[in-house]
Every structure is written in C-alpha cells, then in structure tokens.
Design a protein. Structure first.
Length: 211
C-alpha cells in the first residue's frame, strides 16, 4: 500500500482538472493565484503553443505562502496544464469569445475528426537557503494528443451550451456530463481531452518519487 506524504500544488482553477485529481486520489491544493496566459501564435504548432502557455503559467507560480523558517524544507510539487483544440483544417481553436462564437465553433467542428491536445508541466522544487528562493530541481513537460468526433445536431446546441462548460472549453466542446452523449468516437486519451492526461501525469509523478 502506498503511503502518500506529498501534495500537488495545482496552478489551475479548472474544476474539471480538480475533479480528475480528486477521483484519482492524487492529493492536491488548487492555488488561488492570478496567472495570465500568453496569446496564441498561429504560426506555431499546437504543441509549441501549449508548451509556451504551460511554461508561462508555471513560471508565474509563487510558493511565498510557505514560511521557510517554520515549514520543513522538503520538496514541493507544482503542476500547470492547458488544453487546445485543432480542427480538420489544422486551425488551432481556443476558448470561444462568447455564445455566438461557441455556436459557430460547434457547427464547424460537427462530425469531423478533430484533435485535442493537453500539455502539462510538472516542477519539483526545494527552498534554497543561500538564495532565499524556491529552486526547480526537476521540470518535466509533456504534450498528449487525441483525436475525436463530436457530433451535435443544431437543435441541441443552445441547450448544450447553456447546461455545460462550453464557453470555457477549447472549441466549445466538453465531453463529460451533458456532452458525453454527443461524443461519437475517440482515439487516444479520454482524460487528456477533459484537460489532464492522468496516465502520463502518474508516470511522471512516479519518476519524481511523488508517491
């Protein structure tokens, strides 16, 4: 039986990512910090855009809530993640601007093979008493891509948007809850499309002796 002593500090306010970690029994604390995302660069690949975003996010994470004079100087694990979609024309799709934009996205992506990619960056940090700052001991970055078909008829779109997290989702597509009934098929990681590739995350946590 594994004895869990470490905590994963999650640099994300995504309820879906938090629920995935909860259901996986991976102990975490969601950081309530203002973290800005860089704009998409449509000249870069979806993988490179995601790497830029997650590295920007994790570099903004501050562990200043720890008092180095009181707490132990053990390792701290920090996680940042982001998800982007890519349509059949290889166009990167982020979150919709508004309701109308979500409708257009759903109609254009309907019954086509789309790509969803999620990247995460995982830091193992320790406090450096010489510099009085947190130092990155290990940093792992991974991108996981999956293909899927999301087929929703026009008469369901309004109901789906109003009863899901579509306005906060890449491509306006959510494949959990109400969205499950419109997921026609998937090739790849289901949890990656949700927002966090759990198999790959566990692999990397094991390498860093998190468990």
């Amino acid at each position: 039986m594994l004895i869990q002593n470490n905590i994963l500090y999650l640099a994300s306010r995504s309820k879906t990512r938090q629920n995935l970690l909860k259901k996986s029994h991976i102990p975490f604390i969601a950081l309530d910090q203002n973290i800005c995302e860089p704009d998409l660069n449509h000249e870069l690949s979806i993988e490179d855009n995601l790497k830029n975003i997650v590295l920007s996010k994790i570099n903004q994470v501050k562990l200043s809530f720890f008092n180095p004079n009181i707490v132990d100087q053990g390792y701290k694990f920090v996680l940042a993640a982001d998800t982007l979609g890519q349509d059949f024309n290889n166009k990167i799709s982020g979150k919709p601007k508004d309701y109308d934009d979500a409708v257009l996205m759903l109609k254009s992506l309907k019954n086509k093979i789309n790509v969803c990619a999620t990247a995460f960056v995982l830091d193992k940090r320790i406090y450096n008493l010489n510099t009085n700052s947190w130092m990155v001991v290990n940093r792992i970055t991974r991108v996981v891509k999956s293909e899927y078909i999301f087929n929703i008829s026009d008469n369901y779109i309004d109901y789906y948007i109003k009863n899901s997290m579509a306005l906060q989702a890449s491509g306006s597509i959510t494949i959990e809850d109400i969205g499950m009934q419109f997921l026609k098929c998937i090739n790849g990681s289901y949890s990656s499309i949700l927002g966090l590739p759990l198999f790959e995350l566990r692999e990397e946590l094991e390498k860093l002796n998190f468990f």
